[in-house]
Design a protein around this ligand. Sequence first.
Ligand SMILES: CC(C)(COP(=O)(O)OP(=O)(O)OC[C@H]1O[C@@H](n2cnc3c(N)ncnc32)[C@H](O)[C@@H]1OP(=O)(O)O)[C@@H](O)C(=O)NCCC(=O)NCCS
Length: 258
Amino acid sequence: MTTTIITPIENQDLIAWSAKPKDKVLREGEVHVWLANLELEIYAMPKFLRDLSLTERTRAQRLQFDHDRRRFVIAKGLLRNLLGGYMGMKPNEIQFTMGPSGKPEIAQRLQTSHDPIQFNQAHSGHLGIYAFCRNRRVGVDIEEVRPFPDMDQIASLLFSTQEMAVFQSLSTKERQRAFFSTWTHKESFVKALGKGLTISLNHFEVSRIHANLAKIVQNHDQPAQPLNWFVRDISISSQFSAAVCVEGDGWKLRCSRW
Ligand SMILES: CC(C)(COP(=O)(O)OP(=O)(O)OC[C@H]1O[C@@H](n2cnc3c(N)ncnc32)[C@H](O)[C@@H]1OP(=O)(O)O)[C@@H](O)C(=O)NCCC(=O)NCCS
């Protein structure tokens, strides 16, 4: 088992995924990203279901389709397992509160360290992705790269002028991947802020620093203001686009597969 640490302020392009590291220590300045194939964890579903809160079980029951219910239970079960590992608690002891726009956070009373754990999760298709760090806001997003109706029109509504110029300079073939890449970058930022769509997505842009690293720039004021937020591409496969956005610089990324 190997663990590769990548810092966003160095120009390192490739992410090396490590298999389920035993070390469950999350240090200040580290960002841990976990990727899981939710379909492979089906055997653990009864245990995961027992770990969920009543609210989570009720949400699961309301889902119409079996596969959505299964993926929801597994995704929440894994989140509780991962947080339990970092916090030295049982998965069912973790309690969450909700930010004003619905971002789940760890209940304040469980945060014993001076460097409270922040996290975010996302899923697309059969994949779930999680990001954890201390003392910094974090957001993560994943999207399956797929044909998207009205892609150009949606891009013109959500992308900044600069992002749109880059998008339009690409061939039709390249655009699909670029669309989802920009989408995950932008969504990882609004998820880190916890604000979702209350933010105008074309009021900020994701400006590349290196091949897989970008900075958030607020562009609706002139001159544009670079913000102290960094976005890192998480390379998974040609079928998925993913990104993590973290507050501040100097953090190190560790990517692991569950
Ligand atoms: C909150 C929001 C970001 C969720 O997006 P989504 O694509 O439906 O779902 P994701 O898989 O990315 O993330 C879902 C998880 O995010 C978390 N979440 C929920 N509300 C959140 C918020 N306000 N902020 C951050 N995270 C949030 C939850 O853990 C949720 O998991 P759960 O539903 O299993 O509890 C969405 O409501 C939103 O505002 N999306 C903006 C989308 C957009 O226009 N993107 C285009 C970019 S160009």
